[in-house]
Design a protein around this ligand. Structure first.
Ligand SMILES: [Fe+2]
Length: 233
């Protein structure tokens, strides 16, 4: 078997001048497809054994002396392949800013507080229905130097490994109703018809009463309905 090539109708171009750094790093010559061989088609495979108890709970996995600050949220969804089949045993990794809009990273010098109880990274493996689930806090918006007064919308970064390296997908999940979306060159770099696939939906069914709101974000690894991915990741 082989996987369908990337559908460029769903993905941002390699160079999108409004997103300035793509001009420096985007490929300027046509990509050369590499034939998929066994090593790309059969691995990697991740097992549930590799996970620790709080890997998918970002409100707990970075605690030092208390709870992280912010609005608790559940983020959950299903991972399916190009034919809509659920994908079990997929490694789903996330990373995000804290509630104040700051990453735990030395390059991030945004003048907003770090949270000593929030690390901002997590992972889980999908179950037999292709479902994943994270508990976290809603990430804050943060400024970035792309242009004058530029702010990234609230977002969570996702990396997925499908059944093979050929199905790896790196993308960002956004939140419904965010006024910064229509100003964000990264979000706007995705073809208009595919942008909606990057916005999670509020889901009362995922909400935990008295504790956390719920957002659903389903992910399609390949094909016509493919979740747009970051082309430079
Ligand atoms: Fe980010």
């Amino acid at each position: 078997m082989t996987y369908s090539p990337r559908d460029w109708g769903s993905h941002p171009p390699l160079i999108h001048p409004d997103y300035k750094s793509t001009v420096l790093r985007g490929a300027t010559r046509p990509l050369v497809p590499i034939r998929q061989s066994l090593s790309e088609l059969t691995g990697p495979v991740f097992g549930h054994d590799a996970l620790n108890e709080f890997d998918n709970d970002l409100t707990k996995n970075g605690r030092k002396d208390g709870e992280p600050l912010g609005e608790r949220i559940v983020v959950s969804g299903r991972v399916v392949d190009e034919a809509g089949r659920p994908q079990p045993d997929m490694l789903v990794e996330v990373w995000q800013a804290n509630a104040a809009g700051r990453y735990v990273h030395k390059v991030d010098q945004h003048d907003a507080p770090l949270d000593p109880n929030f690390f901002g990274g997590g992972r889980c493996v999908t179950d037999e229905t292709g479902s994943y689930r994270f508990l976290t806090v809603k990430p804050g918006a943060y400024p970035w130097p792309n242009h004058e007064n530029a702010w990234r919308p609230n977002h969570i970064h996702f990396s997925l490994f499908g059944p093979s390296i050929a199905t790896r997908l790196v993308t960002q999940m956004y939140f419904p109703g965010d006024p910064l979306l229509e100003l964000d060159p990264i979000f706007l770099g995705t073809p208009e018809t595919a942008r909606e696939r990057l916005i999670s939906t509020f889901d009362l069914g995922l909400t935990e009463a008295g504790f956390a709101l719920g957002y659903r974000f389903d992910i399609v690894l390949r094909g016509r309905d493919e979740t747009p991915m970051e082309t430079n990741a």
